[in-house]
Design a protein around this ligand. Structure first.
Ligand SMILES: [Zn+2]
Length: 135
């Protein structure tokens, strides 16, 4: 799999903070209820913190009470890449940025949230950067 933005590991390490690198490039998960966007309700666009690709918007963000920013749909279906993840003894669907391959979080389905898709894109705050709409 090759991505439009394809940098050597050393470059990612230099460009990202250690915490950003651990999540985006090593698929770590930030602790629940600690991310800066968990409860954010500001209107705007959430972009990939590694490459700047637009991934999610505030219009599909909802309160899941799970401790991470949750969206019921990406901005564009092509903006994210979904990969089966069998780590930690579970079968989950990993969500990556389709432009640079960075880890964003996981998507869960059929949990019964009252959203149009019944999907929950559970995304690490540290993988995202919010650009708020100018009034
Ligand atoms: Zn990216």
């Amino acid at each position: 799999m090759s991505y439009d933005v394809d940098k050597p590991d050393e470059q990612w390490r230099a460009e990202l903070t250690p915490a950003e690198y651990a999540v985006l490039r090593q698929a770590a998960t930030e602790p629940a209820f600690t991310g800066e966007y968990t409860d954010t309700k500001a209107k705007g666009v959430y972009s990939c913190r590694a490459c700047g690709a637009e991934l999610f918007t505030s219009t599909t963000k909802f309160e899941s009470h799970c401790g991470w920013p949750s969206f019921y749909d990406p901005k564009d279906s092509e903006a994210v890449e979904l990969i089966q993840d069998r780590s930690h003894g579970m079968v989950r669907t990993e969500v990556r940025c389709a432009r640079c391959g960075s880890h964003l979080g996981h998507v869960f389905e059929g949990e019964g949230y009252p959203t149009p898709t019944d999907q929950r894109y559970c995304i690490n705050s540290i993988s995202l950067r919010l650009t708020t709409d100018e009034a």
